[in-house]
Ligand binder design. Structure first.
Ligand code: SAM
Length: 259
């Protein structure tokens, strides 16, 4: 298969066989899995995945690549959906989904938020992303990488950064280091859902809108409804010092007033 990589679709094709093998082993596909690949590209991951599972669904935006994938003799059992993944409704795929992909870096953040709404249908997700993005996803309170993305994702998933991938593994090479991350939805026992997801998202976004400022200033309009003591926190804290559980408790305090 041949194509000129398209920048607007974030196309960096994996060609390092060692890395491809490492990713497939990390996914550890089983014949009964419902596997969905985002952005199969030239099928670097798609083919080795199809050696291990009888069926695979792939979502690809690039019409020319889709046409090539459809012709490929090794990919006859591949179900290809030609679409922008941000517009795909994952409800149609059923439960216990295993979602994988070497993601287009230009849409990785909106994509992770898009997939958040299907978390209850997911078994796990394995993604290649910019290393800096993986650091933000997995960051703990107090770290400079800890922010809105960390809180929103860690409220629903356990994040496991697996290994780094250097630019030379791709053609063309990106300007940054990449990394592979495993995301597993938290078990019912470990997950505490906010009373209102929209309020939670609003509170987290507002708190991190000025991360250097004390929360008492950033959340000044809502101050009258916040019981800092019940949160086991001081109002002199900044957003980056509040745990995910504290953000959920804060949003629950504010829900009667903001919902
Ligand atoms: N999986 C291939 C590999 O590892 O070599 C290609 C990875 S490349 C980084 C990202 C792929 O996602 C490209 O094939 C690109 O066309 C596709 N893509 C980009 N934006 C997309 C979108 N919004 N929806 C679906 N696929 C997209």
């Amino acid at each position: 298969m041949q194509t000129t990589p398209r920048k607007r679709f974030g196309q960096h094709f994996l060609h390092d066989l060692g890395i491809i093998d490492q990713i497939v082993r990390a996914i550890d596909p089983q014949p009964e899995d419902t596997l969905i690949e985002i952005g199969p590209g030239l099928s670097a991951l798609t083919r080795p995945l199809l050696w291990r599972v009888p069926k695979l669904t792939a979502i690809e935006i690039d019409r020319d690549l889709v046409a090539q994938l459809r012709q490929h003799p090794d990919l006859q059992s591949l179900q290809i959906i030609q679409a922008d993944v941000l517009e795909v409704d994952f409800k149609q795929f059923g439960d216990r989904l295993r979602i994988v992909g070497n993601l287009p870096y230009n849409i990785s953040s909106p994509l992770l938020f898009h997939l958040l709404q299907y978390v209850d249908q997911v078994q796990d997700q394995h993604f290649m992303l910019q290393k800096e993005m993986v650091e933000r996803m997995a960051a703990q309170p107090g770290s400079r990488h800890y922010g809105r993305l960390s809180v929103m994702l860690q409220a629903k998933y356990r994040m496991m950064p697996l290994f780094d991938v250097p630019p030379e593994a791709f053609d063309p090479p990106p300007n940054v280091m990449s990394a592979v991350v495993r995301m597993r939805p938290l078990s019912a026992k470990r997950r505490v859902d906010p009373k209102n997801e929209a309020v939670f998202a609003q509170v987290v976004a507002r708190a991190f809108s000025q991360r250097r400022k004390m929360l008492r200033r950033v959340l000044a309009d809502w101050q009258q409804w916040i019981d800092w003591q019940a949160l086991d926190a001081k109002d002199s804290l900044r957003a980056e010092q509040l745990s995910v559980a504290q953000f959920i408790a804060l949003s629950d305090q504010l829900t009667p007033h903001l919902a």
